[in-house]
Design a protein. Structure first.
Length: 112
């Protein structure tokens, strides 16, 4: 594994936000959702395309706090602009388990 300097890590803007809206993304090549995440007063609501359909229904995701990378370049996916990356982990059975917090924190809080 390649190591990085702590200064490199500090360049990644990782924050927590609350999922406010979820829709099926019919135009995506792989099953996915269009997700809107409230990242607090500074960043507002940002959009993400996420392949989370194997483990989560839209109802499961609504109101859940998720951990997002907020300073990647936006990515055009079909007709949708994905502005943040919702982080998660592949699981052996298939699908992605989202990264979340076990105690609620204010939207927009940075990871340190």
């Amino acid at each position: 594994m390649q190591t990085i300097d702590f200064k490199d890590f500090q360049q990644i803007d990782i924050r927590v936000g609350t999922v406010t809206e979820v829709k099926y993304f019919d135009k995506a090549r792989k099953p996915a959702y269009k997700i809107w995440v409230d990242l607090g007063e500074e960043l507002g609501i940002k959009k993400s395309s996420a392949q989370l359909t194997q483990l989560y229904t839209p109802e499961d995701l609504l109101g859940k706090q998720v951990v997002c990378v907020c300073n990647f370049e936006p990515r055009q996916i079909a007709d949708f602009m994905s502005e943040v990356l919702i982080t998660g982990f592949d699981i052996e059975e298939g699908g992605v388990a989202i990264t979340t917090v076990d105690i609620p924190v204010p939207n927009g809080t940075k990871l340190y």
